[in-house]
Design a protein around this ligand. Structure first.
Ligand code: FES
Ligand SMILES: [Fe+2]
Length: 419
C-alpha cells in the first residue's frame, strides 16, 4: 500500500465518531475495499464452511475470498486440511467447482497430481533433478470449532482462536454439528458493502418493521429497547422476558448446556459473542410455528425446547444452534458494492427429508428474512452513496452490537496499518 493510501485510511479512521455509522468511503471506496481484503479478510479467522461440507474422504470444498481461492479437503484419515487452490506448476486453479469428490487432486492443465495431504505425487516430463517435495500445495491455516470451519490466510494467524475455542466448544459441542448434513444452502448476493451486511445482522431495531416471519420465534425484548419510551405493557412484557431468560437459562445450564452471554466483540482480535436465548411460542425452534422442524434432534439432545444458541464472530459470521437444526451464515465480500451471504441449514445426518423434516418448513423463516435483509442492505448502500449522507447516531439501546462491530473493524484496520 502506498504511503498516501495509508495516510488517507489513517485519517478516515481518526475522523470516526464512535456511536455513529461509518463515513461513506468505508462503504463505497475501492481503496478501502482493497484494505478490507488485505488487512481484515487476509489476516483474521474467517468462517467459510462446516465439517459437513466435506463429509467423506476425498470431498473437496472451495471458497473464494477476493483474489484468493481456498480448497478444503477431507483426507483419508478423516482430517480436514486447507490449501491454496493454485497448482504449483503454472498456477492453474486446481478445483474449479464449489464441491468435488476426488481420489487425488489432479490439475487438469498438465495433470500434476497431489495427494489429499497436499504432497505432489506425480508430475510428468520434469526431468530427474526435479524435486517433487518442493512443490506441494501451499497450506492455509484451518480450524474446526465444534464443526464450524475457520480459515486464516495470514502466515501468523491470531493466537486468541484457542481462547475462543475454549469458551465456545462447551456451548456448541452438544449440537454435534460435525454429524449433521447440509439440508439446504442458499447463496444470496446482497447489493451492498459487506460491512452494511454485518451491521444489519448486529441489530434487531429493524426487525419489527421488516421481518414478519422472524419476529414469530424471536422475542423483540431480547435485542434491547428504550425504557423511557416503553409503556406499562411493554415494561411488563420485558420483565416477563427477563424472568424467562433467567429461568430457562438456569434450566439449560443445569442440564449441561452453557447458556450465559459471553461478549468479546471488540476486545479480542478474534471477536465473538454468544448467548442462548428463549424462543417465543412453543420455545423450540426458529420456524413459523416455533416447533422443531426436524423430528430427529441433534447429537444426544432429548429436550426440543432449548431456545436458540447464537454465536456471532468478527468479521464475517453468525449462527443459530437449536435442538433440531443449525443455521450458519458466512459473509464474503465480492467487491465494495456486492456481498455474498452463504446460509446453510443443517439437520441430523440420519434425518430424512419428507419423513423427519420438510425443507420449506425448515428454511422458511430465514429464507424470507434473508430476502428482507438483502433488500435493507441494498437500501442502505444506495443511501450512503449520496453526497448528502453523513454518519448517523446508533441507538444506545438497540444498536450497541453494531457499534462494537465498527469498533472492532476500525481498530483492526488501524492495527493492520501500523508498521
Ligand atoms: S498448471 Fe497445473 S499441471 Fe500445469
Ligand atoms: Fe434483519
Amino acid at each position: 500500500m502506498a504511503a498516501w493510501e495509508c495516510q488517507r485510511l489513517q485519517s478516515l479512521i481518526a475522523a470516526r465518531r464512535p456511536g455513529h455509522s461509518l463515513a461513506a468511503p468505508f462503504y463505497t471506496a475501492a481503496d478501502v475495499f482493497a484494505a478490507d481484503l488485505d488487512l481484515i479478510f487476509g489476516r483474521h479467522w474467517i468462517q467459510v464452511g462446516v465439517e459437513p461440507d466435506v463429509p467423506e474422504p476425498g470431498d473437496a470444498y472451495t471458497v473464494d475470498i477476493g483474489p484468493w481461492s481456498v480448497l478444503i479437503v477431507r483426507d483419508d484419515d478423516m482430517g480436514i486440511r486447507a490449501f491454496h487452490n493454485v497448482c504449483r506448476h503454472r498456477g492453474a486453479r486446481l478445483v474449479d467447482s464449489e464441491k468435488a469428490t476426488v481420489g487425488n487432486l489432479v490439475c487438469r492443465y498438465h495433470q500434476w497430481t497431489y495427494g489429499l495431504d497436499g504432497r505432489l505425487l506425480f508430475a510428468e516430463h520434469m526431468g530427474k533433478d526435479f524435486d517433487r517435495a518442493c512443490h506441494g500445495l501451499k497450506p492455509v491455516h484451518l480450524r474446526s470449532l465444534a464443526g464450524l470451519l475457520f480459515i486464516c490466510l495470514a502466515d501468523e494467524p491470531p493466537a486468541d482462536f484457542d481462547a475462543v475455542a475454549r469458551v465456545m466448544t462447551p456451548y456448541l459441542a452438544p449440537h454435534d454439528l460435525a454429524n449433521c448434513k447440509i439440508a439446504c444452502q442458499s447463496d444470496l448476493i446482497e447489493k451492498g458493502n459487506w460491512k452494511l451486511t454485518m451491521e444489519n445482522n448486529r441489530e434487531c431495531y429493524h426487525c419489527a418493521g421488516n421481518h414478519p416471519e422472524l419476529t414469530i420465534p424471536l422475542f423483540a425484548y431480547g435485542f434491547g429497547f428504550s425504557p423511557e419510551e416503553a409503556d406499562e405493557t411493554d415494561l411488563l412484557q420485558a420483565a416477563r422476558y427477563d424472568r424467562m431468560v433467567c429461568d430457562l437459562g438456569a434450566r439449560w445450564e443445569a442440564g449441561g448446556l452453557p447458556s450465559r452471554v459471553v461478549e468479546h466483540l471488540d476486545d479480542m482480535v478474534t471477536g465473538f459473542r454468544t448467548q442462548r436465548l428463549p424462543i417465543d411460542g412453543s420455545g423450540q425452534s426458529q420456524t413459523l410455528d416455533t416447533r422443531v422442524a426436524s423430528r430427529r434432534l441433534l447429537g444426544r439432545l432429548t429436550d426440543p425446547q432449548l431456545g436458540g444458541l447464537s454465536f456471532w464472530t468478527q468479521p464475517n459470521s453468525w449462527h443459530h444452534f437449536m435442538s433440531d437444526h443449525i443455521v450458519t451464515f458466512s459473509v464474503i465480500p465480492l467487491d465494495a458494492d456486492n456481498t455474498l451471504v452463504r446460509t446453510k441449514w443443517l439437520v441430523h445426518r440420519d434425518a430424512v427429508e419428507g419423513v423427519d423434516y420438510d425443507l420449506d418448513n425448515l428454511t422458511g423463516v430465514w429464507q424470507a428474512t434473508n430476502r428482507q435483509d438483502a433488500d435493507l442492505v441494498e437500501l442502505a448502500h444506495a443511501g450512503v452513496r449520496s453526497p448528502a449522507y453523513e454518519p448517523g447516531p446508533y441507538s444506545p439501546f438497540t444498536e450497541g452490537l453494531v457499534d462494537q462491530f465498527c469498533n472492532w473493524y476500525v481498530s483492526r484496520l488501524a492495527a493492520g496499518l501500523t508498521p
